[in-house]
Design a protein around this ligand. Sequence first.
Ligand code: ZN
Ligand code: ZN
Length: 180
Amino acid sequence: MRYLSCFGRQKRPPDNNDAERASLNGGDEAYVRGCVFCDVTRERGFNIAYEDDELIVFHDRSPAAREHLLVIPRRHVSTVRELRAPDAALIERMFARARALRPGPDVRMGFHIPPFSSVHHIHLHVLVPPLKFKGVLKYPVAPGTDGGKGWSWFVTPSQVISILEANGRVGLGPTAGRKS
Ligand SMILES: [Zn+2]
Ligand SMILES: [Zn+2]
């Protein structure tokens, strides 16, 4: 199975949008059938590094750095494009977990922005250097003004939080963040 390489063309249409909105709004649609990240278990061959009631952390099967982890919520949450201001708290917790597991100033973290994500269940990439060449290409950080972002298909958790707190939405283009 090759589904863990999170980049490039989509292999299937996005998940049902109504279900995604329900999950983001705290509805009962926590599980989306056919979503591989709704089924992350050791039995399914995932190399799990950490798990609790809310989050699971596992090793990417196609590492783009010396070490490459993915942090996901158990509950199905769609992509960074669908996030709104109240979702900043979840991103904060995913970021805090990643930092606790892999501290260090050079660890690169972030989310792909559709259409540059192949799995539409939100996942935070945690890349421990050195990055491989494809890692440099696939996970570029573009700083923006006020904590926001520049043009990029990758966005750091700090940028996401800043943009959401400014009541913005994450996309490919430059977006302002909350002035800190
Ligand atoms: Zn990704
Ligand atoms: Zn899912």
